[in-house]
Design a protein around this ligand. Structure first.
Ligand SMILES: Cc1cc2nc3c(=O)[nH]c(=O)nc-3n(C[C@H](O)[C@H](O)[C@H](O)COP(=O)(O)OP(=O)(O)OC[C@H]3O[C@@H](n4cnc5c(N)ncnc54)[C@H](O)[C@@H]3O)c2cc1C
Length: 495
């Protein structure tokens, strides 16, 4: 059977693309290498506690905000139950050296007030920063349904100022700079590399609102699955795409799966890591310069993660995250420091969705190089030296969390640890980067259109990481197929 489109990869971007094409009348096949769709979102359970992996909270999902409108258009909203994080302080920033704390409240107005109260001498810097964030996010098509489709934004991300440069131009207050750079942990690129525009597009949605989803990422994955079934999308799980078939005249005509099966199609939306995509394309389909550029893309930081269960409820984490920095400069050079000198992100884990948290997840950024010695090993078959290394890391992480976050109490115990190799192998992420390819000044990421007719790219590498960014990439890619005007009109009707 020939499909109109094959979508490669069933993460949020692939799921979004499959739904968009199917609900606009195309026959669609979706191929996912893992045994289940949305592997990154499903999390796992230990000791009766469910730990999320690729989703903890979302920005811009309040009523009428961009992600809410996307989910309405995709037919997911009625299947999801969102709950607001603590409006008075959904994210707490803690600087240990200065004994300073700042809580991010929901909404631009309250955020402005809290910042001005904490940094009274920096009023004009705070005004300028928040104005610039709003205007950046307003310039992005689909995030703002009235913004023109203008390629200038893509150039600004490559040639514009970095976040650090922007903050340096506004203030000399290092503590304020580190507060405003905290959310670099949400996209894995340090402030001295990420463009201000990219930073603004991600944090700007959290400044609007911060929400969780009852049941976490698993509920989101389940909602996508139900909608795929409703629309009759053909799903191939547990088998990857090995190669794309491209006719000599440069037109895509099908995809070949790892088991040898060929799916013929009129077009494909490929959402995997760009280097993985390159390996699928026949020699000669892309120009050498394009291939060199894609091969050279730098990946985001990876992490060591501690998953702990608690004998006692942890109400301090209900609807709240903690970002801990040993000092104001710890957010720079992200990942390239000993655990003791880098930042820590702590978020809740639940035994039952409507109870207080019964565990936590502590994420310590780290470079993939830290586990290079075991690169050739596979899950379930790692050598003893790796297990001993992991135990050592677990002990250090437990010690640091106890020191940094005494409010989590003494009744916690390590239930699981993940390393950059875990991220690589469970997420099918080539180098173990948490959020795929970096978006940084000086790096030109791929765009949805390619030289091969019928081949479109989506995924966090194309737009930005996060559920919002990945979904946005699906709209951007499919807008080229369905017509941006048509999609935007449909989205406007869902506002
Ligand atoms: C620890 C962590 C915490 C996070 N927390 C949040 C959060 O709280 N809020 C938020 O908004 N975002 C969060 N994110 C980011 C968010 O999860 C991602 O940005 C988003 O899910 C990426 O979606 P994607 O579709 O672009 O990529 P992916 O989910 O990586 O999708 C690509 C898919 O392609 C599949 N694949 C790979 N190779 C092949 C092949 N050859 N054939 C077929 N399929 C293949 C992969 O298995 C994968 O399922 C977090 C990420 C991590 C790692």
């Amino acid at each position: 059977m020939r499909h109109d489109f094959v979508v490669v990869g069933a993460g949020v971007s692939g799921l979004t693309s499959a739904l968009l094409l199917a609900q606009n009348g195309y026959s669609v096949a979706l191929v996912e290498k893992s045994d289940r769709t949305a592997p990154l979102l499903r999390g796992f359970s230990r000791g009766g506690v469910r730990f999320d992996t690729g989703f903890h909270y979302a920005g811009g999902i309040g009523a009428g905000e961009p992600l809410d409108v996307f989910f309405r258009y995709l037919g997911l909203s009625d299947r999801l139950s969102c709950f607001p994080f603590d409006a008075r302080g959904f994210d707490t920033f803690r600087n240990l050296r200065e004994g300073f704390e700042f809580r991010f409240p929901a909404g631009y107005g309250p955020l402005r007030e809290n910042l001005m109260e904490a940094f009274p001498a920096e009023r004009s810097a705070i005004e300028s920063y928040l104005r610039a964030v709003r205007s950046a996010i307003d310039s992005v098509p689909y995030l703002n349904l009235d913004a023109p489709l203008d390629p200038k934004g893509a150039l600004e991300r490559v040639f514009g100022s970095t976040l650090a440069e922007k903050l340096d131009s506004l203030t000399g207050d290092e503590t304020l700079k580190s507060v405003l750079s905290t959310h670099c942990l949400l996209y894995g690129v340090p402030p001295e590399e990420v463009s201000f525009l990219q930073h603004a597009c991600i944090v700007g949605s959290y400044y609007l609102s911060a929400n969780g989803i009852q049941g976490g990422g698993l509920s989101l994955a389940t909602a996508f699955d139900a909608r795929l079934e409703e629309l009759g999308v053909e799903i191939h799980r547990g088998v990857g795409v090995a190669s794309l078939s491209v006719a000599p005249e440069g037109v895509l005509r099908g995809v070949r799966l790892d088991d040898g099966k060929e799916l013929r199609c009129g077009g494909a939306v490929v959402t995997v890591h760009p280097r993985t995509m390159l390996d699928m394309v026949p020699e000669g389909a892309f120009r050498p310069a394009y291939k060199t550029r894609i091969r050279g893309l730098e990946d985001t930081v990876s992490a060591f993660t501690l998953y702990s269960v608690s004998d006692l409820p942890l109400p301090v984490l209900a609807g709240r995250n903690l970002f801990v920095l040993p000092s104001a400069g710890s957010i720079r050079n992200l990942g390239n420091r000993p655990l003791e000198e880098g930042p820590l992100y702590v978020t809740a884990a639940y035994a039952r969705p409507d109870d207080a948290p019964r565990g936590f997840i502590g994420i310590f950024p780290a470079l993939p190089e830290t586990t290079r010695a075991w690169d050739d090993s596979a899950t379930g078959n790692r050598p003893g030296s790796y297990r001993r290394f992991k135990e050592g890391i677990a002990g250090r992480m437990e010690h640091l969390v106890k020191r940094y976050c005494p409010e989590l109490g003494e009744a916690t115990a390590c239930a699981e640890v993940s390393t950059p190799l875990t991220v690589r192998d469970f997420g099918n992420a080539p180098s173990g980067g948490l959020y795929g390819v970096k978006h940084k000044v000086g790096q030109y990421n791929p765009v949805p259109l390619t030289r091969v007719k019928g081949l479109y790219l989506a995924g966090q590498a194309v737009t930005s990481p996060g559920i919002l960014g990945a979904a946005l990439s699906g709209f951007m890619a499919c807008g080229n197929i369905l017509g941006h005007d048509r999609l935007i009109k449909g989205l406007k009707a869902c506002r």
